[in-house]
Ligand binder design. Structure first.
Ligand SMILES: C[S@@+](CC[C@H](N)C(=O)[O-])C[C@H]1O[C@@H](n2cnc3c(N)ncnc32)[C@H](O)[C@@H]1O
Length: 290
């Protein structure tokens, strides 16, 4: 199956530019992430530290604590903990910017209800980041084109953590022979995909589902596509190996499975494009039978 030289008009964009590289070495271990229990302990410790600064400084009287002082205490505590727990530089930068930004915004006199609304909207979109360290970011068109080129004819494909359908809907247009399903558990992202399914032009071969990827049964699936984060990759590979039929594939965008060797690595979108790691379930058994 070869990739079309151009995307159709409604999906026009970066043309497919893929390089298949076989026999890639086993990937290095994924970044170790703190467990949810450790995260909770850090949050609790941070609240305690802020109170240790705020109570002696501002007292426990009837007057509300000053915005600026509390923001400074929270910002300093978060920055200190970021250094102590050796977080990446960009987290330290975010913590360092928190106090001056909070201070500046407090002067704008914005109704607190707007902040609550913003927090709710963010939660509806980024639920996955809070509950499973999997935020929302989208696959690009070069990735979709690479998938269209490499997926077997008539395959049953599921995008676990499907976002707003950036893979399944354009892929349905490029490959009408595929049977596609998207599973998403962030309510607003799922809703946008649901609207696309109801109104979009390419939906005949797409099922769109609300739910957790961990509850999804994969026995009747040929290819799992995942663009998640380093955190769930080991558990996802365990699930895929346990449930997919032999010969089934996991295609992971950008995040390799720790301690597993992909049968193929495809760079979608040129030298600086995204890496797609193709893993095959029960590869030895299938080869022995052939
Ligand atoms: C990086 S985005 C990828 C979106 C889409 N697959 C794409 O490639 O454009 C990961 C998505 O997984 C979703 N997600 C995170 N945890 C999930 C879970 N347990 N069940 C279903 N979806 C989840 C997030 O809400 C987010 O939309």
């Amino acid at each position: 199956m070869s990739a079309p030289s151009q995307l159709p008009p409604d999906d026009a964009g970066t043309p497919p530019d893929t390089n298949a590289v076989s026999d890639v070495p086993a990937p290095a271990d994924a970044t170790p992430y703190p467990s949810p229990r450790r995260q909770l302990a850090l949050q609790g410790g941070a609240i305690f530290l802020v109170l240790c600064i705020a109570v002696p400084t501002f007292g426990l009287g009837n007057t509300p604590w000053p915005w600026g002082g509390i923001a400074a205490a929270i910002g300093a505590t978060a920055l200190g903990l970021a250094f102590l727990t050796r977080q990446p530089w960009w987290w330290k930068l975010i913590h360092a910017l928190f106090f001056p930004l909070a201070w500046a915004v407090s002067g704008l006199g914005i109704d607190p209800g707007w902040f609550l609304l913003a927090a709710i909207v963010l939660l509806l979109i980024y639920r996955g980041a809070l509950t499973g360290q999997i935020p929302l970011f989208l696959s690009n068109r070069a990735t979709v084109a690479a998938l269209a080129e490499h997926l077997p004819p008539g395959a049953r494909v599921v995008d676990l953590g499907a976002g707003i359908g950036s893979v399944v809907f354009p892929l349905a247009a490029l490959r009408p022979d595929l049977h596609l399903r998207g599973v998403e558990n962030a309510p607003l992202a799922w809703f946008i995909g649901r609207v696309r399914q109801a109104l979009g032009p390419h939906r005949a071969n797409v099922a769109w589902q609300f739910g957790s990827l961990w509850d999804e049964r994969l026995e009747a699936v040929d290819v799992v596509y995942a663009f998640l984060s380093p955190a769930p990759m080991a558990a996802l590979w365990d699930k895929v190996q346990a449930e997919l039929p032999p010969g089934g594939r996991l295609v992971s965008n950008s995040f390799p499975v720790p301690d597993a060797t992909p049968e193929q690595e495809v760079v979608a979108g040129g030298d600086h494009g995204r890496h797609l790691f193709f893993y095959r379930v029960g590869a030895e058994r299938v080869e022995a039978e052939e």
